[in-house]
Design a protein around this ligand. Structure first.
Ligand code: ZN
Length: 132
């Protein structure tokens, strides 16, 4: 496992892309819409990991709901795993609760599942693996 990326909820992806371009000293290497989540994302490289910025595309998006209750900021931490199904099984046996146990298509060519923050000390954890 490694930290694949840190997801940050933002209100305005354009403004935040500019802010993070200055912060990181280079622009986002890609922008991508994830229809299933109703989010616009952008990705910045930082060493072996990434920063993912997420903007809601409509009010039903999880990011919109998050920003109703919280300020802009860190939304989730994503761990990359080699074998997603066996990791899901292992964590279920350890008693963790999932938001979705069935991997769904995420940004940046990944399969993703989310653990419920109530079982992870309040941290929304994403597990992801490459989608081939
Ligand atoms: Zn993510």
């Amino acid at each position: 496992m490694k930290i694949e990326h840190i997801g940050i909820a933002v209100k305005d992806l354009g403004l935040s892309n500019e802010l993070f371009r200055k912060l990181m000293g280079k622009p986002a290497y890609k922008e991508e819409i994830v229809e299933g989540e109703a989010v616009k994302t952008s990705f910045f490289e930082i060493g072996e990991s990434k920063i993912e910025l997420l903007e809601a595309m409509n009010e039903s998006s999880a990011i919109a709901k998050y920003l109703e209750k919280n300020r802009e900021g860190i939304h989730h931490i994503a761990f990359s795993v080699e074998d997603l199904p066996s990791e899901i099984q292992r964590l279920k046996e350890e008693g963790f609760q999932f938001i979705n146990e069935e991997p769904k298509e995420g940004a940046d060519n990944k399969w993703v599942v989310f653990l419920h923050p109530k079982s992870t000390n309040g941290v929304l954890v994403e597990l992801c693996s490459e989608r081939n």
